[in-house]
Design a protein around this ligand. Structure first.
Ligand code: GDP
Length: 177
């Protein structure tokens, strides 16, 4: 990453959506900076982080957007979705309601985003296995029905976070190349 003159072949915008407190900000912190903070976020407003990686010998700059609190006010605007080629639909696997809301978020996403957008369903906080409120099979079934990729992650323990982002970026690359 030390090369500031690095040639960027592609910039992919990916948006994170889902209820408040499911771990969107921490997934982004883990992916972009390999960080996690227990008491996160005081900021309100749209923010993004970037990470540059190599996919099939091409340099891809992932620009990952976080709602940064706006989801509480149902104020995620169309500007947020504009130009997005990927979306991570995040729920907290210990909070059934956050999973039940996925269909609403999906509807909102499909209403605003490009029809070719690649979507991944993410069940976050898999480190809290004993508190699980959403069986893997329920999520898998939903993902299959809606044609989404699916993964369970932990931003806290770093489980599947890179894999999830890498999978969606590879799929985006496969579609546009
Ligand atoms: P957001 O509102 O969706 O952006 O959620 P945050 O990223 O702010 O996370 C909400 C809370 O859940 C914070 O207290 C985080 O520390 C916690 N959290 C986020 N990801 C995980 C995880 O993978 N495991 C556990 N145990 N806690 C998490």
């Amino acid at each position: 990453y030390g090369d500031f003159n690095q040639k960027i072949d592609y910039v992919f915008k990916v948006v994170l959506i889902g209820d408040s407190a499911v771990g969107k900000t921490q997934l982004l912190a883990r992916f972009s900076r390999n960080e996690f903070s227990v008491d996160s976020k005081a900021t309100i407003g749209v923010e993004f982080q970037t990470k540059t990686l190599v996919v099939d010998q091409k340099t891809v700059k992932a620009q990952i957007w976080d709602t940064a609190g706006q989801e509480r006010y149902r104020a995620v605007t169309s500007a947020y979705y504009r130009g997005a080629v990927g979306a991570m639909l995040v729920y907290d696997m210990t909070k059934r309601q956050s999973f039940d809301h996925m269909s609403r978020w999906l509807e909102e996403l499909r209403g605003h985003a490009d029809k070719n957008i690649v979507i991944m369903l993410i069940g976050n906080k898999c480190d809290l296995g004993s508190l699980r409120a959403v069986p893997t099979e329920d999520a898998q079934e939903f993902a299959e029905r809606e044609n989404l990729f699916f993964m369970e992650t932990s931003a806290l323990e770093s489980t599947n976070v890179e894999t999830a982002f890498f999978t969606i970026l590879k799929e985006i690359y496969r579609i546009i190349s």
